[in-house]
Write a protein that binds this ligand. Structure first.
Ligand code: NBP
Length: 477
């Protein structure tokens, strides 16, 4: 039998779909799964495909052409190490291992060092787009050495999504760059989803039916906000429950799950001192949603606004829709500005030589955050690769300047009516702080100097000169 071009370990939902995708592009693929009955079922379910099902790792490795290209699609963490350890004695020098899971980028860096010292090649590649993306064409974010990327490029480009004929894959950078960018991508996905949920919550409180909301989101999807998440949201509102005939969205418990990549991104932003209010708000919202018992208890104890019936005031429904749209669009710009800021900062520190425009370009297809909006991000970085902040690119400045008043009114309306908007509100605070010529940190520095002699700079003295006040007034006991 001829040797396979590609091998994949881990036949859960992502692995199976990726294998079918690779095979559909004309490659022979060998597969292995720890629980071998899964392999048997998969091979039996795909009798006409050019697949080789292996019962052991030895058989799997022997079935591959050299240098072997082996993608691991198992649960992130310990299982990836376990698979690598069992592969090591079976591989030849220069064979390539690709971890396509949602791995923490520091684990990828550790594994790359470990494997390269043994003479193997390793790539950490983020794969986005869930089950459907894996099957039809995902967005792929590979890191690792450029020389290994060059070997993998034909396969990755053929299986990735394409937008305007351009593959949604590029070499992100050395080391853990691919998994890092995939992690931030997931954080951005959290932010996008939360912003849509905040819009929904306001519309629901304002008495819009699900049918009306389906129409609003469909309309938004026909304009600048066109994106996969807006589109699926419109469709969700139309879905009836087969059992009861009711709208399915109203039957789903308001308790969100999470696997951790959003949290990792926020932790990364804290470590790097990058403001991250939109995505941090989305992670917090998921955590608070999961505290359902406490929320139920508190709803009978802690008071909301006096006028708890949502009051639109003099606003028409059409005006509210327009204002919420502008709040969502502006917050989304802030979310991407913060996410890209984090990517840029870590990229610089790690010397990854990242191209932010190219990164936005490969997110245009195959992944959950795919959106028309990403074209403008690519253009912004193509015009100025050293852009200080996405909000300062002329296209986005214009959107923000024209939408900021509506955004404020929506956040104020939500606060007045007791509706939590952590990501709309956090994004607006970031916007206002970022554009503020003066913030109250003068008082903060005085406090620090008072209790800790931390010193301060003065507006009437040259920058870099530090002062301490010896005689702050004593506290009276
Ligand atoms: P899971 O993350 O659910 O992992 C299940 C697979 O891991 C099975 O094949 C299982 O084998 C294997 N496995 C485990 Br668990 N422990 C193992 C071990 N010690 N040794 C060998 N194999 C082991 O699968 P998934 O949802 O397909 O995701 C795969 C990766 O892709 C994850 O990192 C995930 O975060 C990432 N990802 C998932 C999605 C998505 O939409 N699901 C999207 C993007 C990325 P078994 O059959 O023997 O138990």
């Amino acid at each position: 039998m001829s040797k396979s071009d590609f091998g994949l370990i881990g036949l859960a939902v992502m692995g199976q779909n990726l294998v079918l995708n690779v095979e559909s592009r004309g490659f022979q693929v060998s597969v292995y799964n720890r629980t071998t009955s899964v392999t048997d079922q998969f091979i039996a379910a795909n009798p006409d495909k050019n697949l080789v099902g292996a019962q052991s790792l030895e058989e799997f490795v022997q079935s591959l052409a050299t240098p072997r290209k082996i993608q691991i699609m198992v649960k992130a963490g310990g299982p990836v190490d376990a698979v690598i350890e069992s592969l090591i004695p079976l591989l030849d020098q220069d064979d390539i291992i690709i971890d396509g899971g949602n791995t923490l980028y520091t684990d990828t860096e550790r594994r790359e060092k470990y494997l390269s010292e043994k003479g193997f090649r390793f790539i950490g590649a983020g794969v986005s787009g869930g089950e459907e993306g894996a099957l039809k064409g995902p967005s792929i974010m590979p890191g690792g050495p450029a020389s290994t990327w060059a070997i993998m490029q034909p396969i990755f480009e053929s299986i990735s999504a394409k937008v305007d004929g351009v593959p949604c894959v590029t070499h992100i950078g050395e080391g853990g760059a691919g998994h890092f960018v995939k992690m931030v991508h997931n954080g951005i996905e959290y932010g996008d989803m939360q912003l849509i949920c905040e819009a929904y919550n306001i519309f629901k409180a304002a008495g819009f039916s699900n049918e009306e909301q389906a129409a609003i989101f469909a309309d938004w999807n026909a304009g600048d906000l066109e994106s996969y998440l807006i589109e699926i949201t419109a469709n969700i509102f139309k879905q009836k429950d087969a059992e009861t005939g009711k709208d399915i969205v109203d039957l789903i418990v308001d308790k969100a799950g999470q696997k951790g990549t959003g949290r990792w991104t926020v932790m990364g932003s804290v470590e790097q001192a990058v403001p991250f209010s939109t995505i941090a708000g989305s992670v917090e919202a998921r955590i608070l949603s999961s505290m359902r018992d406490q929320r139920k208890l508190a709803s009978g104890i802690l008071q909301g606004p006096d006028n708890w019936n949502f009051d639109l005031g003099s606003l028409s429904k059409e005006e509210l829709v327009k204002k919420v749209r502008n709040a969502l669009y502006s917050s989304k710009i802030v979310s991407y500005a913060q996410g890209l800021d984090l990517i840029a900062k870590v990229g610089k520190e790690k010397n990854w030589g990242l191209n932010l425009g190219a990164i936005a370009r490969i997110w245009r297809g195959g992944c959950i955050i795919r959106a028309r909006f990403l074209n403008h991000i690519t253009e912004a970085y193509e015009t100025d690769a050293n852009l200080t902040n996405l909000m300062l690119a002329p296209f986005f400045t214009k959107v923000l300047n024209s939408g900021q008043q509506d955004w404020r009114e929506v956040v104020a309306l939500a606060a007045t009516n007791g509706i939590p908007v952590p990501s709309f509100g956090g994004s607006l605070s970031y916007y206002d702080a970022y554009r503020a010529e003066r913030v109250p940190a003068n008082l903060l520095q005085a406090q620090r100097d008072f209790f800790g002699a931390h010193t301060y700079e003065r507006i009437d003295k040259p920058e870099g000169e530090f002062f301490h006040t010896e005689d702050w007034p004593e506290l009276i006991d």
